[in-house]
Design a binder for this molecule. Structure first.
Ligand SMILES: *Cc1c(COP(=O)(O)O)cnc(C)c1O
Length: 379
């Protein structure tokens, strides 16, 4: 799969023009990613998981392409509503909704929900009566980088009981959903989840339910430092299984990382060097309180490309804040660097700026759109 990657010349030009740290998003790459799914999973309705990267230009581009949206909070619903995205294009896919979130759903007209507990049914029945609900099922997947099933998902054996309570409470029971965990490396976990769901759809039918929607969640991977990923064969594997088991069901998916992860590059500079404990330390102008928050929250190992050749050795990279947790990598293999060197961090679009803070007075890193500026760079 192709990823957006700035050239050395472009990086140097942008670093001079805009200073660093700087995020650069390619909306062409976002488009490519969206259309790849549209092509290889043509029956699947895509709901972009806004939490992966809520940047307005990314959301707007996906809206133009026809995407729907997975939102999880009052803030995400309000952001999209203010952007003119209609409520019927959103699913409020947080199994535990806040009172504020439910109030905003009611006010904006968002009327599709997910849940995995009995208590949530009563909350929804009260605030958004008659709402369309999908029950989230737990699917264990130790191979995912971020295993969401430790926190979410009802046990399959409790599913029918919960669907019945939802129906009794007047909710519109649409079907099931699951999330195999983020950065799931193969189609295996999806396929297992589809098998579990097929059994439950049959059982539900016996109980008089017409489950007409299945939401297969997120989890599609992007390339990592160590591995390329074969999203084409994952999509094919999922698509074939869907044709086999769910030929007449409306299928939704909620990709986050896959749509935005490969579309963003970070440009960051070395602002200090130091020898500590016989290791070279390089201080960057972006740290774990900024876009590298993904190291902590998303367990991600980022590529740092200095566009420099030379002997490599283990070094430490640290961020600019005054907190000792703000160390990005220890024993990272790198060439010698000096103050002013500029590094490219590719595949930096998912769970990076989304979880950045302004701790210690460092402003959030601005994001520019590559297609807006590339002519200036190429002149
Ligand atoms: C985070 C999340 C997603 C997106 O997951 P990715 O692995 O980034 O594709 C989708 N659905 C739900 C409910 C989520 O919480």
């Amino acid at each position: 799969m192709k990823s957006f990657r700035l050239t050395k010349d472009a990086v140097n030009h942008l670093a001079k023009e805009y200073t660093t740290p700087l995020l650069v998003v390619s909306l062409e790459q976002v488009t490519y990613n969206y259309q790849f799914l549209a092509k290889h999973l043509p029956k699947v309705k895509v709901f972009y998981a806004v939490k992966a990267n809520p940047n307005a230009r990314i959301v707007q581009k996906l809206a133009e392409l026809g995407s729907h949206f997975d939102v999880a909070s009052d803030g995400e619903m309000l952001q999209l509503t203010e952007m003119g995205i209609s409520a019927d294009r959103m699913v409020y896919a947080n199994p535990f909704k806040t009172p504020k979130g439910l109030a905003v759903a009611k006010n904006t007209g968002v009327n599709k929900f997910t849940f995995d507990s009995e208590s949530e049914i009563y909350k929804m029945a009260k605030t958004v009566p008659g709402g369309m609900v999908l029950l989230r099922i737990r699917v264990d997947n130790p191979k995912a980088l971020v295993d969401l099933n430790k926190k979410f998902g009802a046990a399959p054996e409790d599913a029918i009981k919960l669907l019945k309570i939802a129906r009794d409470q007047g909710l519109d029971v649409g079907g099931l959903c699951f999330h195999v965990g983020s950065q799931s490396p193969t189609a295996e976990a999806h396929i297992e989840a589809l098998n579990i769901c097929r059994k439950l759809y049959d059982e539900a039918e016996q109980e008089g339910f017409d489950l007409r929607i299945l939401d297969i969640g997120g989890g599609l991977p992007i390339p990592t430092l160590e591995t390329e990923v074969d999203v084409l064969s994952i999509a094919k594997g999922i698509g074939e299984k869907l044709d086999e088991l769910f030929p007449h069901t409306e299928i939704w998916a909620e990709p986050g990382r896959y749509l935005c992860g490969t579309a963003v590059n970070l440009i960051t500079s070395v602002i200090g060097t130091q020898q500590r404990n016989n290791q070279e330390w390089y201080f960057l102008d972006e740290g774990v309180y900024g876009c590298f928050s993904g190291i902590i929250f998303d367990h991600w190992d980022f590529e740092l490309d200095p566009f420099k050749d030379g002997e490599k050795k283990p070094v430490t990279f640290a961020g600019p804040s005054c907190d000792s947790i703000d160390v990005l990598f220890k024993d990272k293999i790198s060439v010698d660097l000096e103050i002013g060197d500029v590094l490219l961090v590719p595949n930096c679009g998912a769970y990076t700026s989304a979880s950045a803070t302004e701790f210690n007075g460092f402003a959030k890193t601005p994001m520019i759109v590559w297609e807006d500026v590339k002519n200036l760079t190429e002149k």
